[in-house]
Design a protein around this ligand. Structure first.
Ligand code: RBF
Length: 282
C-alpha cells in the first residue's frame, strides 16, 4: 500500500538554489521539479528511507537523520555551501557522530555516520571491469553475419578498452546459432579461456523453427557453463525482424556484443574473488 513518503518544507526563494546545490553535492538524486507563477519545488530523493518510532532516549535532536558514508566530507560540503547553518560534529551515545544543518527555519537535519562504518552490514562481492591478463573465447555465428559481425566488433572493442590483449582473444566461428553451444563446450574444455562470449542472431521472420532454436541455444549455452564452470555470457539476439536486430547491434539501444563482453570480464573477476574467499566486501 505505501509507496513513498515526502516531507515538504518551505525555504526562502534566494536560499533554494544554494540548498539544492548542497543536496546535489551530498549525493541526493534530484526528482522532477515543478514551478508555477507563485512558487517552485525541488524534490530530492534518498535511496532508502524509514519512519522510526523510539521509546526512551531519542538518538539525536534533529527529527530527520541522514546517514552518509563520509561524515567529514559531508561536513566540509555543508560548511562550504551553508556556513551559517552548519553545526559542529559531535559524538552521539550510539557509536556514531552527527552534525546538524538548518535547511529551513523549521527544518533541522542531522547528518551522521557510524564510527566503524558498515561493520554490521552484509558483505557484498562483485567483479570489476579490469580485463588485464584475462583470456576470452568468442563464439560467433555466421548466420545473419551482417548483424553478428557488428556484435563481434562491439565485443572486441569492449575487451580491448578493458585492457584485454588481442592475443588473449580467441574467435571461433560457427555456421549458425544452433552450433554455438557445442563449439562453446569444446572451447571451454580446452582450458585456454577464462570466459566465453556467445554471439548470434535469430530473426523470427526468417526462421520457422525460431522458438525451438532459441530455446535450445539458450539451454545449451547454460549447460556448457554449468558443466565446465567457465562463465559464458549471452549475446545471442532473438528478434522479431531485421530492424530490431540492427537496433541491438550498435545503432540505437547499444550493442549486445559489447554488453556480453563487459559481463564476461565482470564474471571472470567475480570468479577470481570468490575463489580467493573474498569476504572483504571487495
Ligand atoms: N541461424 C541463426 O543463427 N539465425 C537464424 O535466424 C537462423 N534461421 C534459420 C532458419 C532455418 C529455416 C534453418 C534451417 C536454419 C536457420 N539457422 C539460423 C541456422 C541454424 O542455427 C543452424 O546453423 C543450421 O540449421 C545448421 O544446423
Amino acid at each position: 500500500m505505501i509507496r513513498s513518503f515526502t516531507l515538504v518544507r518551505q525555504t526562502a526563494p534566494e536560499k533554494l538554489d544554494r540548498l539544492a546545490s548542497l543536496l546535489r553535492a551530498l549525493g541526493f538524486e534530484e526528482g522532477a521539479g515543478w514551478q508555477d507563477e507563485h512558487s517552485r519545488g525541488a524534490p530530492f530523493l534518498a535511496p532508502v528511507g524509514s519512519l522510526e518510532l523510539v521509546a526512551g532516549r531519542a538518538p539525536a535532536s534533529p527529527d530527520i537523520l541522514i546517514e552518509v558514508s563520509d561524515l567529514d566530507v559531508a561536513h566540509q560540503l555543508a560548511r562550504k555551501h551553508l556556513p551559517e547553518s552548519t553545526g559542529e560534529i559531535e559524538d552521539t551515545h550510539w557509536k556514531s557522530r552527527v552534525f546538524s544543518l538548518e535547511l529551513a527555519s523549521n527544518l533541522h537535519v542531522g547528518f551522521w555516520a557510524f564510527n566503524e562504518p558498515f561493520k554490521s552490514r552484509p558483505k557484498a562481492t562483485e567483479g570489476d571491469l579490469d580485463g588485464r591478463g584475462m583470456r576470452f573465447g568468442i563464439v560467433v555465428s555466421r548466420w545473419n553475419s551482417f548483424i553478428t559481425e557488428r556484435l563481434l566488433q562491439g565485443a572486441i572493442d569492449a575487451l580491448r578498452r578493458s585492457s584485454v590483449h588481442s592475443s588473449d582473444i580467441h574467435i571461433v566461428r560457427v555456421p549458425g546459432s544452433f552450433e554455438i553451444p557445442s563449439a562453446a563446450r569444446s572451447l571451454a574444455g580446452t582450458g585456454t579461456v577464462d570466459a566465453i562470449i556467445t554471439l548470434g542472431c535469430l530473426i523470427r521472420g526468417e526462421t520457422t523453427h525460431y522458438e525451438h532454436i532459441a530455446t535450445e541455444v539458450t539451454r545449451g549455452i547454460g549447460q556448457s557453463a554449468q558443466e565446465t564452470g567457465i562463465p559464458h555470457t549471452y549475446g545471442v539476439l532473438t528478434c522479431e525482424d531485421l530492424e530490431q536486430a540492427i537496433d541491438r547491434a550498435g545503432l540505437k539501444s547499444g550493442n549486445k556484443g559489447h554488453e556480453a563482453a563487459i559481463s564476461a570480464i565482470e564474471m571472470v573477476s567475480l570468479k577470481k574473488k570468490l575463489k580467493r574467499g573474498a569476504g572483504d566486501g571487495a
